[in-house]
Design a protein around this ligand. Structure first.
Ligand SMILES: NC(=O)c1ccc[n+]([C@@H]2O[C@H](COP(=O)([O-])OP(=O)(O)OC[C@H]3O[C@@H](n4cnc5c(N)ncnc54)[C@H](OP(=O)(O)O)[C@@H]3O)[C@@H](O)[C@H]2O)c1
Length: 262
């Protein structure tokens, strides 16, 4: 059985571990506070270990700490690293080249994955890229780990910042959009919880419509907009208020921030 070690047991690691089949993988975890890690290990059917133990025993080492903490963690664990271990980083902003430098080993197998918060409900949309030293077995195991909590897209590393913005950060923007629609419902007399549920269901079904029909979103906008009707009045109002340009500016700001995280 493959041994997977997780360093940093926060929201993302917890969601991923909860989705894993315990008969496929042996899970080791190491957090910042050992007694807290021991409690988490009980809840997650994992083994709490020290960082040194985790690095020496694991086949795959998933680095699930915040990007600001990762350089320190990786520098510390690099003393125990051997080239048969594959590092898997889910941190925003750190490239394969950055991670290679921090690992201080020339031929370290390293995989970068960018999941999103929807891993918590088994529906992450994740991106994956690897360096030249990763074995097929380690790459497949990593894909399997992230497929257990959603879909996995192979993309070029140059597109990671863009992916992080449109899939990693965009749930926050989508929540803002849902809340704005629901608030408008409240303005016009609906209770907030009812309006939020109505909007969330509509957003979910509209996304499903795009996926199932394969249609361009703009052709669906046209289908909903009857001549001289109510919907086109709203579409024109959104455009007059720079809806598309505002969304694109937000994504560009997110991409730029990701590129300058370290
Ligand atoms: N959340 C998302 O939507 C999302 C999406 C894509 C990628 N990511 C990436 O996933 C990574 C984890 O994010 P998260 O949302 O899970 O963050 P999080 O909930 O804050 O978890 C980070 C964990 O790291 C632990 N930690 C801090 N210093 C440590 C150390 N020296 N050794 C071991 N553990 C340490 C923290 O422990 P304490 O709480 O005890 O300090 C915490 O449990 C980040 O790199 C982020 O960029 C997150």
């Amino acid at each position: 059985m493959q041994k997977i070690g997780f360093i940093g047991i926060g929201k993302m690691a917890t969601a991923i571990i909860a989705g894993l089949d315990p008969t496929r993988f042996e899970i080791l975890i190491s957090g910042r506070d050992f007694s807290k890690t021991q409690k988490q290990a009980q809840e997650l059917s994992a083994q709490a270990v020290t960082q040194h133990e985790l690095v020496t025993k694991s086949d795959l080492i998933v680095l699930a700490v915040k990007p600001q903490v990762l350089p320190k963690v990786l520098t510390e664990l690099s003393v125990d690293l051997t080239s048969d271990k594959t590092l898997v980083s889910i941190a925003a902003g750190l490239t394969l080249a950055d991670l290679t430098e921090l690992a201080q080993t020339a031929h370290q197998p390293i995989i970068r994955v960018m999941p999103n918060i929807n891993a918590q409900i088994g529906q992450s949309t994740s991106a994956i890229v690897k360096n030249d030293f990763v074995t097929d077995q380690a790459y497949q195991a990593t894909q399997e780990i992230f497929q257990a909590v959603g879909s996995v897209h192979e993309i070029a590393e140059k597109d990671f910042s863009t992916f992080a913005a449109i899939a990693g950060s965009s749930p926050a923007f989508i929540y803002m959009f849902i809340d704005a629609l629901a608030r408008a419902g409240v303005l016009h007399g609906l209770p907030k919880d009812k309006a939020t549920k109505i909007v969330a269901e509509t957003v979910q079904a509209s996304a499903e419509m795009i996926l199932q029909s394969g249609e361009n979103p703009w052709s669906l906008v046209d289908k909903v907009s009857s001549p001289g009707g109510t919907t086109v009045a709203g579409v024109v109002s959104l455009e007059q208020n720079h809806f598309i340009g505002t969304v694109i500016d937000a994504i560009t700001a997110t991409v730029e921030k990701e590129k300058n995280l370290k």
